[in-house]
Write a protein that binds this ligand. Structure first.
Ligand code: AMP
Ligand code: ZN
Length: 475
């Protein structure tokens, strides 16, 4: 199968480039994952929606994608540049739980929120704490090349030995950290050097520690992504992404470590998502002012409204957060859902199973959508096309639904779920059982709720719990 052409804005060249994969028909994609010391806010989730749209676009173009995401469960300090306290340790103290319990709690919630947003689960999810050996061996490689040095018990990367250090950020070193107050650290040769391994740090009570050639300790933050990306995707891979804040420090440091160790480009394409901003400021956990997806749901919003809101603009630009913008995305979502459901009802579920019976016009609309979304993840143009298609009176309802299902492979709004929702045909007895089960769930009476689920099953109905409440399907 051949692949359709994709274009991406590559941070490396600051240009829109035609995408070419290293291995024909396959893409290695690495996305920096969450630091699991707290909830991911809706700004963080905007970045994961962008990465989901990216991997869906690649698959839509005909590529097989190996999407790798790390989970940072050790080593990330409050500042991305070796300063402040360890985020996991802070959370342990705050919640009086072990680092392990903190990590597993916030990881589970993160993936639950991702599933509410129809974010496809990455193919590989790798935890930093499971890859300490890989990190140690990468640091040893750098030490052998004299690019890493030991000082005061810690191991640092020597920025002066890697002349291309600031090439991703396209800034000189002074600009690179401008704005960031750099603590004078007498252990470092150069203030921009960064820690690869800590032993003698300020955190004597660090709970997570491992033996290493440099003594018992724990890794710096950046080394985990280099070690895991290479383990799962090789020394050079296709695409690396994350939020725009990662350009000057985290991704700059990943490139330095990886390219110094292997002597080849770490990734050919670097894509970065813009911020979600609230009151003209980046939404951020450090300011204490952040919104979680739970909060949106508690206020009665379907989380997919937030996905739709994110789809409305370019992933590279800032997106201004407001409740009004969410209200309008929610109304737009309801409009789309109602239109699809009424088309489906009028058709009695008869949708073409492939494109062989599509009219020339429907095909042209489909081709246009493809060109739009494959041009630097142009989903906002694709979404406008989707809405126009539903209003277009010159193509058949069956074709519209065929196209809606096809477009949704990239947009991820859950169109196929809407086609399944036909609540009006649910018998009264089943509706009553469902209502009782909801009562039991609200009262946290899980045993009763399970019994009622079994009773529904005996009536021939399966319940699925979703953030919007239960949905029911004939078994
Ligand atoms: P963290 O868990 O802090 O490492 O962040 C997870 C991801 O969210 C990273 O890729 C960040 O670049 C990204 N991110 C952080 N704040 C925002 C924001 N306000 N808008 C969009 N993405 C963000
Ligand atoms: Zn990373």
């Amino acid at each position: 199968m051949s692949q359709a052409e994709l274009k991406f804005y590559n941070t490396k060249s600051r240009k829109l480039e035609v995408f070419k994969s290293i291995n024909r028909g396959q893409v290695g994609l690495y996305c920096c994952g969450p630091t699991v010391y707290n909830y991911q806010h809706i700004g963080n989730l905007r970045t994961y929606i962008f990465e989901d749209l990216l991997s869906r676009s690649l698959r839509y173009a005909g590529y097989k994608v190996n999407h790798v995401m790390n989970i940072t469960d050790v080593g990330h300090l409050v500042s991305d540049a070796d300063e402040g306290e360890d985020k996991m340790l802070l959370a342990s103290k705050r919640e009086a739980k072990s680092s392990h319990d903190i990590a597993s709690y916030y990881t589970d919630i993160f993936f639950e929120h991702c599933s509410w947003l129809n974010i496809t689960r990455p193919d590989v999810i790798c935890k930093a704490t499971d890859h300490i050996a890989e990190m140690i061996s990468l640091i040893e490689k750098l030490q052998l090349q004299d690019i890493a040095y030991e000082s005061g018990g810690n191991v640092y990367f020597d920025v002066n030995k890697f002349p291309d250090y600031s090439k991703l950020a396209l800034l000189d070193l002074e600009q690179l950290r401008s704005g960031a107050r750099i603590e004078v650290d007498s252990k470092k040769r150069n203030p921009y050097d960064f820690a690869l391994w800590f032993t003698k740090s300020k955190f004597e009570d660090q709970e997570l520690q491992w033996d290493s050639p440099w003594g018992r300790g724990y890794p710096g933050w950046h080394i985990e992504c280099s070690a895991m990306a290479h383990k799962y995707l090789g020394e050079s891979f296709d695409i690396h992404c994350g939020g725009i804040d990662h350009i000057p420090v985290h991704h700059t440091n990943e490139i330095a470590q990886s390219e110094a160790a292997h002597g080849k480009p770490m990734a050919n394409f670097w894509l970065h998502g813009g911020f979600l901003v609230a009151d003209k400021q980046k939404m951020s956990k450090s300011t204490g002012e952040f919104l979680t997806l739970d909060r949106l749901k508690d206020k009665g919003f379907d989380p997919i409204s937030y996905r739709l809101l994110c789809l409305g603009g370019s992933y590279r630009k800032e997106l201004a957060w407001s409740w009004e913008a969410l209200e309008s995305a929610s109304a737009r979502l309801n409009g789309l859902r109602e239109k699809i459901m009424s088309l489906n009802e009028s058709l009695g579920g008869k949708i073409p199973s492939d494109d062989s019976s599509l009219s020339a016009q429907a095909r042209t609309i489909g081709d246009q959508f493809k060109t739009e979304v494959l041009n630097d993840i142009g989903v906002s143009r694709g979404l406008a096309n989707f809405q126009q298609t539903l209003q277009n009176s010159t193509i058949e309802p069956g074709e519209k639904l065929y196209l809606a299902l096809d477009f949704d492979k990239v947009l991820g709004l859950g169109v196929s779920d809407w086609l399944e929702t036909k609540t009006e045909t649910v018998p009264k007895k089943v509706k009553d059982l469902l209502a009782k089960r909801e009562e039991a769930r609200s009262a946290k009476d899980w045993a009763k709720s399970d019994t009622l689920r079994d009773e529904l099953l005996a009536e021939g109905w399966t319940v699925k719990d979703t953030p919007e409440g239960p949905t029911i399907k004939k078994t």
